[in-house]
Design a binder for this molecule. Structure first.
Ligand code: N2P
Length: 349
């Protein structure tokens, strides 16, 4: 037993010594390997970039994924998670700031922040640009298979068309699906009116017999493979889907849609804040941002990365006309949120 202890003590000091002399590989003060725990949406990074970051910095990255803002929020709020990076959307950033769940970012450590386009700065969810760095942005529209859908696709109503019974996929995400229900009825995607919220829930219940499945990331393969006719998707997923199956088409309905921004944030109490800032800075570097969007298909807020994209990809970005008809989700007060949740639980149960 004693011998073992001596041996492990020796091994430990060897590890510490290696750490100390390996320069950037270990923390300067403790000699421990530097770490970073990232919690991001599924299918939302070119994983080669994680390996490049590890090689460049010697930081060990642990990478987990979630499929909705609400899943991420519950985990971070629960306090048991040890994440250093999360990637909430606008309304969730607003909520996490209010609830003191995110750290202020030290922008001195993010020199590449200068590459973020001005139109992505000082947005309402983080008005002083203190807690988040834009990662991706986009809208929601409908992806469809023209071989299966012969009617014109230009309205959310098509997702309630009985001709496509069993061929429609819906978002498995409360805000996204409720927003579509609200907008179909002519209401705001941020409605706080209990009657409107109830009506949207009712509409989604009525739609349920037509719905083949409720999905998030799996929708991409289902549509590429021709397993469904219609689905609302995030614009970045639409780009990816069309790249894999150019027969498919994407439309932003005439009634208008949601415009969203996902930001890189550091959860309160992160033990690796410096490393988190290094990672954010790495992702803002135009070459890295370009590599990332070329792989995942999403829309980048890094101007130089956008400028380097091929023209046919630029042409797939949301148009001014679509953006004019779009609204950003707002954080809803607790009472209203409860109504959304109740309505959505009824749809999904
Ligand atoms: C990627 C998720 C994108 C999130 N799978 C859209 N806000």
């Amino acid at each position: 037993m004693k011998k073992l202890k001596v041996l492990s003590a020796l091994a430990l000091s060897a590890i510490l010594a290696v750490g100390l002399f390996a320069g950037c590989a270990g923390d300067k003060n403790t000699g421990e390997k530097r770490k970073l725990n990232v919690y991001n949406w599924g299918d939302y990074i070119d994983e080669d970039l994680i390996r490049e970051f590890e090689q460049e910095t010697g930081i060990d990255v642990t990478y987990d994924t979630y499929d909705t803002n609400e899943t991420m929020y519950t985990k971070v709020k629960g306090g048991s998670s040890e994440y250093d990076i999360v990637v909430p959307s606008d309304y969730m950033i607003e909520k996490m700031i209010k609830e003191n769940l995110v750290e202020k970012i030290d922008f001195n450590n993010i020199p590449n922040y200068k590459y973020v386009g001005d139109e992505f700065k000082k947005l309402s969810y983080d008005p002083k640009d203190e807690y988040s760095v834009p990662y991706m942005w986009g809208t929601i529209g409908i992806i469809y298979n023209p071989e299966m859908v012969k009617k014109p696709v230009n309205s959310w109503d098509i997702l309630w068309d009985k001709d496509y019974s069993g061929q429609i996929i819906m978002f498995d995400s409360v805000r996204d699906s409720m927003a579509i229900g609200l907008k179909k009825l002519g209401y705001s995607m941020n409605s706080t009116n209990p009657k409107e919220i109830a009506a949207a829930g009712k509409a989604l219940e009525e739609q349920k017999p037509l719905v083949q499945a409720y999905m998030v990331d799996e929708v991409k393969d289902a549509m590429i493979g021709g397993n469904a006719a219609l689905a609302p998707v995030w614009s970045g997923d639409a780009q990816y889907i069309i790249k894999e199956n150019p027969e498919l088409k994407y439309v932003v309905p005439k009634e208008g849609t949601n415009k969203w921004f996902d930001g890189l944030c550091i959860p309160k109490g992160s033990k690796h804040k410096t490393e988190a800032e290094e990672f954010i800075n790495f992702l803002c570097k135009p070459e890295n941002a370009l590599k990332n969007v070329e792989y995942i298909g999403y829309q980048t807020p890094i101007t130089d990365a956008f400028n380097m994209l091929p023209d046919e990809v630029k042409a797939q970005y949301p148009t001014q006309d679509e953006l004019k008809k779009s609204v950003v989700f707002k954080d809803l007060n607790a009472e209203t949120l409860k109504l959304y949740d109740q309505a959505w639980i009824k749809v999904r149960s």
